[in-house]
Design a protein around this ligand. Sequence first.
Ligand code: GBH
Length: 480
Amino acid sequence: GANRAEPAGLTFPRNFLWGAATAAYQVEGAVTEDGRGRSIWDTFAHTPGKIAHGDTGDVAVNHYHRFREDVTLMAGLGLPAYRFSVSWPRVLPYGAGPANSRGLDHYDRLVDELLAHGIDPVLTLYHWDLPQKLEDAGGWGDRDTAARFAEFATVVADRLGDRVRWWTTLNEPWCSAFLGYASGVHAPGRTDAALSLRAAHHLLLAHGLGTSALRGVLPGGAQVSVTLNLCAVFPGSRTAAAAEAVRRIDGLANRLFLDPLLRGHYPDDVRQDTAELTDWSFVREGDEAVISVPVDVLGINYYAPTVVDEGAGEPEPSAWPGCANIRFLDVPGPATAMGWPIDAGGLRAVLRRVHEDYGRIPLMVTENGAAFEDSVTGGNGDGAAPVVRDPERIAYLRDHLAVVHEAIESGIDVRGYFVWSLLDNFEWAYGYSKRFGIVHVDYATQRRVCKDSAYWYRDVIRANGVPPARTGGGRGRRGQ
Ligand code: GBH
């Protein structure tokens, strides 16, 4: 029996899916190889002034060529699942038209390599790299892009559906729509608030058409999902104006996506809030039925809480259409290298909220993690093994996993958890300046070094649970 003086670890359900995540443009590199077309991120990253230090994804961490080494690394960490995304312009270089079999071959090899190591592939179709040709034709502002996405989904499912069980249509359509078309800090860098709302609708339509297309191709048992970056929105004061700010931001960040997906209609208040920007005529009869086609799982990405109040809004162009009188407050206390406050309570709020307001849909935390200023010590031919001490990341992961555990205990159906990210990588507008990996990458040499957090996570997976604070996580020290 357990010694009662010993602090208890947290044990997760059998079959809980542990993994780590990446996305194509952030890790692959090899952007001109094997017939790959250009994506909006190639164009954007090569536009001066868009990315910190002028970084691009041209080489990234060369995962396109190093995937075998990286799968070996995953196997060494005992990862049961790997979440990755497919580059649309590798598969359909011009967004439509004939598929590029050499592009598909890459994912075929990756999937086989994962399966050969007992790792479950968890595939995202769209993690932000729209073929440039489709952007030239109007991008997500154009309704046809949704139909093109369904064709892309069909091509990939035809090729990989016999081996991949977990499918996600879109990663974070909020980011694609509002960072891509409203604030312009992401590709394609448009700054048109009305267009961003059209884009959000066409992304959701793409999800619906894509899900139906997948259902037509995939065998029974396939799990289809969409991943949202849900916002834990808290009021900055106890005023009615703060509550109103919460309603508005919650509307744009969460309900604009959750309601059509899970209830079959857009929220009336969000339509009204944005009525000066658009008449919403881009939503056609039947679209909401297309969007609300059932999914098996809802993916949730969570990093940090948001606190809002009335006040001067974000500088224009803002990612929040119609929110010129809403202020985003700085949250006191510890923060990551992104400046994002650390508060696992936000994850608790998000999981509870979806459970309470949207019913019994199974959930999966498809991204959670933190950037810190990590550095390697040793390993320079001096006989000492290279190490990366990242106790803050271990603490972050432990706190957030404790919340996931608590949620499950309280009856919320959370099926899995993926750390963002397996590897340090191209952090979008921040380039290579921010490191989210549990594995460190030296960009000059492409050498991978597991951070302490990677070993800690390995022990979590092995135990199917979080050890009590202060034990575990030693670099390779615990039994193999
Ligand atoms: C995820 O995006 C991405 O899926 C992943 O590719 C990325 O590398 C990772 O997280 C780390 O960033 O200040 O108004 O923009 C997370 C994107 C960032 C979106 C924080 C919401 C805060 C609101 N999120 N952002 S705002």
